[in-house]
Design a protein around this ligand. Structure first.
Ligand code: F6R
Length: 239
């Protein structure tokens, strides 16, 4: 696992963009994508670049349960707005949060990922260490499933909704085991709210209480940080 410190979130996002370009150049076809505040600058860079995804596949990490793909706060809409409407892909996949058939939805999503193995996975990280919406306690071999969001995740995500009551309490999320199958993983973490979870990850302590620590089991993970997220580990980083 490589921890890389940048002078700003913008500089770290620029590096993520370069790694995506490099992966594409080397033949990557399928990109695992995240939502939330963290990748917004990366998506802005991609939108204004000349990168062409028309032969690529996008597979998103997660979607809120109960939100139809047309709901303004759905991750389907987030992806349309932040990337897909400007940069069309050959095909894009996001779990359907309005499908009440959990077994069918999760099995279909695993099949999609099996058919399109993820070459490069972009991740954010929750303040509690979640990756995708895999909250603390999730087994490291988990597959795509319906997950309950913790109070801290609901709290962190309420900024996108009119009120906390409107934030869905469950989501479909790619599993930790599914994420670990990606060939290459780039995790972005920005801001002081991520400093403690990044310090925990850096400590090397592998525990299901910190879902991101599963990434220590993967051979190609880059953690791109801004100075605030790297607050407690800055002195220990060589770059
Ligand atoms: C989003 C996702 C989550 C977020 C995490 C951080 O698809 O899977 O793990 O990456 O909650 O969210 P932000 O970037 O809003 O701090």
């Amino acid at each position: 696992m490589h921890f890389l410190l940048f002078e700003s979130a913008q500089a770290a996002s620029q590096k993520a963009y370069e790694l995506i370009q490099e992966a594409k150049f080397q033949g990557a076809q399928t990109f695992g994508l995240a939502t939330g505040g963290t990748p917004e600058q990366l998506y802005a860079i991609l939108r204004s670049s000349d990168i062409d995804f028309s032969d690529s596949y996008a597979i998103n990490l997660d979607e809120y349960i109960g939100l139809d793909p047309t709901h303004p706060q759905s991750y389907a809409q987030y992806m349309q707005k932040n990337l897909f409407s400007t940069k069309p892909f050959k095909a894009t996949y996001i779990p359907n949060g309005s499908n009440p058939d959990v077994a069918a939805e999760t099995a279909a999503y695993e099949k999609i990922i099996e058919d399109h193995p993820i070459d490069l996975q972009i991740l954010g990280i929750g303040t509690n260490g979640h990756i995708g919406f895999n909250e603390p306690g999730t087994p490291f071999d988990s597959k795509t499933s319906l997950v309950d969001l913790t109070a801290s995740t609901i709290q962190a995500n309420k900024r996108y909704f009119e009120s906390e009551e409107e934030v869905p309490t469950q989501a479909y999320s790619m599993g930790i085991g599914t994420i670990l199958k990606a060939k290459k993983i780039i995790l972005l973490a920005f801001g002081s709210s991520k400093a403690q979870t990044i310090a925990d990850l850096f400590s090397g302590n592998i525990t299901i209480d910190n879902p991101a620590s599963a990434l220590h089991h993967h051979h190609d993970v880059s953690i791109l940080l801004d100075p605030e997220a790297a607050l407690y580990i800055k002195d220990k980083l060589k770059n």
